[in-house]
Design a binder for this molecule. Structure first.
Ligand code: NAD
Length: 258
């Protein structure tokens, strides 16, 4: 049995087999967790169901648009009904409109800015608030979100998503402070670039991948399984002393100057 044996986990953000949420779901399943997987809309249900069937322990599947408070409440009602409490939450959700990542950042509209921050950063607040009482009943818990170095540095076309990731990382620290007394830890994994559905919307993404291959100390990009392994470390007993942290999983790219 693995590190997450007997643990109940909720993983939000499964779109398809390339999703980082799905890589984390596979790793958590292998580590013995009982899971609820959540996807944005019915459009992703068939995909999620096909993937779910391949796990060792069949997960519960729930649709949830994270911008809808009633949907978030219903998600936690179902998690509690099925699992009776929660030990970990993985937040792997982000969105920026095509216009917002195509045009210069200066042109970002108020509506695109608000939508991106709502889906990509505020949703962590809403999901952590829903998780807290279920985790408190289990004596504590662990929350992990996914971020990117575009929060601190400028990357081509990352634009409003960089601002959203900066807000997300600050959110991690404030939530860690509020939830620490309940023995709930809150951390982020900052992943290097990986070709997923969300990433494929970023123009010139392959140029970013190539730049990492040329510059990262490991001389390569990372894959989804490496991100999942780091997330499971933070979710499990190995991470029990870690909270408010952004863990870089990018082949060391962030450490380089040139
Ligand atoms: P992905 O497209 O598979 O996942 C993004 C998910 O967000 C999808 O499941 C999508 O349906 C969901 N989503 C969007 N709007 C939503 C809403 N309103 N309600 C509920 N769900 C919604 O791509 P991914 O790369 O696996 O992204 C997961 C996380 O990892 C994101 O936060 C992303 O920014 C982050 N990340 C990705 C990379 C990368 O290079 N792929 C690098 C660093 C961080």
């Amino acid at each position: 049995m693995g590190d997450l044996a007997g643990k109940n986990g909720l993983i939000v953000g499964v779109a398809n087999k390339r999703s980082l949420a799905w890589a984390i779901a596979r790793a958590a399943d292998e580590a013995g967790a009982r899971l609820t997987l959540s996807y944005a809309t019915e459009r992703f249900e068939a995909n999620a169901r096909k993937l779910a069937d391949t796990l060792a322990t069949p997960p519960q599947l729930v649709a949830c648009d994270v911008t809808n408070d009633a949907a978030v409440a219903e998600l936690y009602r179902q998690v509690d009904e099925t699992h009776g409490g929660l030990d970990f939450l993985v937040h792997a959700v982000a969105f920026a409109s095509r216009e917002a990542i195509s045009a210069p950042f200066l042109e970002t509209s108020r509506a695109d800015f608000a939508q991106s921050l709502d889906i990509s950063a505020y949703s962590l607040v809403a999901l952590a608030r829903g998780a807290a009482p279920l985790m408190e009943r289990r004596g504590g818990g662990s929350v992990v979100t996914l971020t990117y170095l575009g929060s601190e540095r400028v990357f081509p076309h990352y634009n409003v998503m960089g601002v959203a990731k900066a807000a997300l990382e600050a959110t991690v620290r404030y939530l860690a402070n509020d939830l620490g007394p309940l023995n709930i830890r809150v951390n982020a994994v900052s992943a290097g670039p990986i070709k997923t559905l969300a990433a494929s919307g970023i123009p010139e993404f392959s140029r970013i991948l190539q730049h990492y291959r040329e510059s990262a100390p490991l001389g390569r990009t990372v894959d989804a399984d490496e991100v999942a392994a780091a997330a499971c470390f933070l979710l499990g007993p190995g991470g029990r002393g870690v909270t408010g942290e952004v863990l870089m999983v990018d082949g060391g790219y962030h450490a380089t100057g040139m």
